[in-house]
Design a protein around this ligand. Structure first.
Ligand SMILES: Nc1ncnc2c1ncn2[C@@H]1O[C@H](COP(=O)(O)OP(=O)(O)OP(=O)(O)O)[C@@H](O)[C@H]1O
Ligand SMILES: [Mg+2]
Length: 320
């Protein structure tokens, strides 16, 4: 199911939260809305779901208009054919796992082969043995899996995820990333995933829409966003960036303590800190008014002025 947002705006009180935003999401893709807290990610996702009404604009799902301010169309959430997974799992505490998963099917009147569908959804998230348990008897990761099962059991063409992994600890989070990705891509489900975690966005997405203050700063593949950020906001927000001046920067991995090629330029920076990472050292430096971080194979004394070599082809010039 492809998703087309055209000129969407939304104001709360006097605050414009989404500002004339347009976005095309292709069918079957995994798309992430990435941006800092308060930039409008949840609001945008809720408008796609129909849980929030835009002030103006058009939303098309699989070619079908589900919202149009001009034409006075507003299809309710349950008729949009979408799944939704929330940050806080939103499971019913008084219902067994199997009934939590069956809830959506029952609500949509899809009671045929109900037990088999529930069993198969719980099998997909490896919770076969927990059908009869209550949510409070499950770990955080297991509860989140129940919410995934509940989203896939109705076989939606698209699932909207609002920070589904943020309540989990770091290790579990990493495991669940690939589980979740496999679950939706095997089924060809179009996924719109909200996060403010850039590593999560980079590792899971086909495309990332980097948002700031209600607009999309850049919409591209993770590789392109990292290697060709189009605005300073994107360059700062995604990955580490070391700035030479207001408009030029390089990524830490492109800096070296030794000259590697004739294309290298040399800049001198002062070491202000050093952290041992096991495989390398993370060196904090000051260059002019900027703070740099580079990775080095050896320790350098704090206070030392050292030459840093950067291949000039890896320096990114940001116009905006
Ligand atoms: N129902 C509401 N009433 C008033 N203001 C709202 C409402 N919902 C959201 N906002 C405001 O809209 C802005 C965007 O909120 P939103 O929840 O979309 O941000 P977000 O990008 O999801 O942030 P986070 O990463 O913290 O979840 C915020 O300033 C928020 O206070
Ligand atoms: Mg949010």
């Amino acid at each position: 199911m492809d998703i087309k947002l055209k000129n969407i705006s939304k104001t709360f009180g006097i605050k414009k939260v989404i500002d004339n935003l347009s976005l095309d999401i292709s069918s079957g893709s995994f798309t992430t809305l990435l941006g800092p807290s308060g930039c409008g990610k949840t609001t945008l996702l809720r408008m796609i779901a129909g849980l929030e009404t835009p002030d103006s604009g058009t939303i098309l799902l699989g070619g079908r208009c589900v919202f149009s301010s001009d034409e006075g169309i507003s299809i309710p959430p349950e008729k949009r054919g979408l799944g939704f997974v929330f940050q806080d799992f939103a499971l019913w505490p008084h219902m067994k796992v199997k009934d939590n998963v069956a809830f959506g099917l029952r609500a949509q009147g899809k009671a045929e082969n109900l037990e088999e569908k529930v069993r198969s959804a719980l099998h997909a998230v490896q919770l076969d043995d927990y059908m009869e348990s209550y949510p409070s008897e499950l770990s955080g990761g297991q509860q989140q899996r129940v919410s995934f099962a509940r989203a896939i059991v109705t076989e939606p063409e698209c699932i909207l995820f609002d920070e589904p992994l943020s309540a989990l600890d770091a290790l579990l989070r990493e495991e669940m990333r690939s589980e979740l990705k496999a679950l939706v891509s095997q089924r060809g489900i179009t996924s719109v995933f909200v996060t403010h975690d850039q590593t999560e966005a980079m590792s899971m997405s086909d495309k990332i829409a980097v948002m700031s203050k209600g607009i999309i700063e850049q919409y591209a593949s993770p590789e392109e966003i990292y290697s060709k950020p189009v605005t300073r906001f994107v360059a700062h927000f995604v990955g580490s960036s070391d700035w030479i001046d207001e408009r030029s920067m390089f990524r830490p991995e492109n800096a070296d303590l030794e000259r590697k090629s004739d294309d290298d330029i040399c800049l001198t920076a002062k070491v202000i800190g050093s952290e041992y990472l096991g495989s390398s050292y993370r060196i904090l430096m000051r260059y002019s008014n900027e703070k740099w971080v580079i990775e080095a194979g050896r320790k350098i004394e704090i206070g030392a002025e050292v030459p840093i070599y950067i291949n000039k082809n890896s320096i990114l010039c940001i116009e905006d």
